[in-house]
Each structure stands twice: as C-alpha cells, then as structure tokens.
Ligand binder design. Structure first.
Ligand code: 8YV
Length: 328
C-alpha cells in the first residue's frame, strides 16, 4: 500500500450495518455497494484492479485467475465472514496479498441456529406453523403432527471446533448425548467438560447417531465429506443438520435418501449451489430449509464489521492483522 496516499481505497462488495459503513467511511476512502446487489465476476475483477483493500463476502468467488489479474495496489482481502472457501488463499499468498477473516464472533449465533434446526425438524415445527396459519386447522388431536423426542438421543458432531463445541454445550441441555469426529481429538479436559465421546472413525459414528450436525470448514478435504457412501450409513430414523457449508454434503444423494425415507429429515441452512436449492428438497415435508442465516444477527454483523475494520487498520499501520488466514 502506498505510504504517500492519505487513505487506502477500500471497496466493500455488500451493504454492511450502518455503524460499520459509517466507521469505514471515516477511516478509509471507502466505496460502498449502494443497492447491495451481488457483484458480478466483472465487477469483482474491476474492484480488484483498482482497490488497495477489498472486503468481500461469501457471495464473491475470488479465484486464482482473478487474483493473478488484480492490480498492484491490492494488498489485502479483508473478508467479512469466518469461512474463506470463496477466496483462493494460496493464490493470494503467492501474490503477496494478505487474507483475513472474522472468526469467533459468530460462534454463538450459528450454534443457536443449529440448535433451532435440531429442534425444528423432528418436532415438525414448520409444518405446524403452516397449519396454524392455513385456516385449515380443525383442532387438537392426540395423533396430530407427531414428531420424535429429542431428549435421550445421540448427537454426532462432525467438526469439533468453536461452533461444534458451542452446539455441544447447548445440546447437553436438551438431553442429547454428545459424540464427535474431528481430525484432532480434544484434550481430556475439554472432552470431560462437554461430556463428549470421540469417534476416530467417521463412518462408525455416522451409523450410530440420531442427529448428525456438520461444523467443519469447507476445504478440498471436506468436499462431500458426507459422500453418497457415507450418507447411506446413516440410520433411517436419523436427522442431518448443516449450518456450515453445502459442499460438505452430497446434496443430490441426501435429497434422494430423504425422498425414499432412508433418512428421517434434514435441517439445512447452506446448500451446494447457493442460492439454488435442490428442487427435491423444496418439495419435502421432512426438511427445514433456511437461506444461509446462521450468523444473521445485527449484533453478530456489527462484531464481524468491527473485526474487518481492525484487520484493515492494523494492516494499514504496517502490522500483521489479528485474523490473518493462511492456506490450509
Ligand atoms: C456469513 C458464514 O454470513 O462467516 C461465515 O463463514 O458462513 C456466514 O455466517 C457469511 O459467510 C459472510 O460472508
């Protein structure tokens, strides 16, 4: 970044909470996206040719070609969000462009939404809500809208990082026993705190759980971690919950298994080809589908924005930003 220019040019690709945009404007020469449309590839390329700093979100795919074509001034990609699967971080690092994210501040909100899905699917919450509004509800009946009990069941958490652990803490309060698979086993103390059982074999865990909730980062190694083969290991009575990234699950196979009653239900906040949702999933009653709102709280978005501001300011001041991301 040129030391002679007074303020760096920061291009923000989506609307952020007012307070964050206002601070961004005070600190930097900021260009906002007034109508909040998702940038086209062309717009993103143009932004990367001119900006010193770009602030993208999950709706901006920044690949190696775009990074190769970036202007010499571009030195920082300060992403708004925790997952950085939309940025080719290896390509960025090889062009000496720093990448940052906003970890930690959306843990509790995402865990809340996960818990909401864990409750909503087996208790048929959305079906019930629709019936109550439809004008077709004829009154209480002992056998109406029977769901399944949550208390006493087994929850298998795939990816026991910050969010996975926050889900575990909540789920224990609902009487679920906690099981997990993770590349690294937690410390004895952490396992004891969460009363969590470690499964080295994902296959074995999947076959024995009543709920499976995905909380791993999206990397080439976790692409279709729940592959067609693994999805077929899941019990007929089990529910699959995903608030991480759609890529972790073979969505077409999940839809097929749900359609055939080979998996009981699914609660999804993320999809393989967002914003497109597999049409089979849309038609089913045993799915609860959300539009990627796991971290969508005003408080969370403000905290994320503050992290972006700190990352940019620290970088502009010549230091390593606190949330620097290195390629996995
Ligand atoms: C964000 C998310 O809304 O931070 C993440 O990784 O998945 C979401 O909760 C989005 O990514 C912001 O870019």
């Amino acid at each position: 970044m040129s030391r002679t220019s007074t303020k760096p040019l920061v291009i923000v690709t989506r609307r952020l909470p007012e307070a964050v945009e206002a601070r961004m404007m005070e600190l930097f020469d900021t260009r906002l996206n007034e109508d909040d449309h998702a940038f086209t590839r062309g717009e993103l390329v143009a932004a990367m040719e001119t900006a010193d700093v770009i602030v993208p979100t999950v709706t901006d795919q920044i690949d190696a070609d775009m990074i190769a074509g970036a202007g010499d001034k571009l030195k920082l990609i300060a992403s708004f969000g925790t997952g950085v699967d939309h940025v080719d971080t290896a390509a960025a690092v090889s062009r000496k462009i720093t990448v940052t994210n906003t970890p930690g501040v959306l843990t509790e909100d995402t865990a809340d939404m996960t818990m909401a899905l864990i409750l909503a699917v087996p208790r048929r919450l959305v079906e019930g809500e629709r019936l109550a509004r439809s004008g077709e509800w004829v009154g209480w009946a002992p056998t109406a809208l029977l769901g399944h009990r949550i208390w006493g069941k087994r929850l298998g958490i795939v990816g026991m990082g910050r969010i996975g652990q926050a889900v575990a803490r909540r789920a224990r309060g609902f009487g679920l026993s906690i099981h997990y698979h993770n590349p690294r086993r937690l410390s004895e103390g952490a396992e004891a705190d969460l009363e969590a059982t470690y499964w080295e074999s994902l296959d074995q865990m999947l076959a024995r759980m009543d709920f499976i909730s995905i909380h791993c980062p999206s990397t080439p190694a976790t692409y279709h971690l729940l592959s067609a083969r693994r999805l077929r290991l899941i019990q007929k009575t089990a529910y699959v919950i995903n608030t991480s990234r759609g890529h972790a699950i073979d969505e077409a196979e999940l839809a097929r298994l749900l359609e055939n009653g080979e998996i009981a239900g699914a609660g999804l906040d993320v999809y393989e080809h967002e914003p497109v949702v597999n049409p089979k999933l849309l038609k089913m009653q045993n799915t609860v589908l959300l539009p990627h709102i796991g971290s969508a709280t005003l408080e969370g978005r403000i905290d994320m924005g503050e992290k972006v501001l700190i990352n940019i300011q620290t970088f502009v001041d010549g230091h390593t930003p606190p949330d620097r991301v290195l390629p996995l």
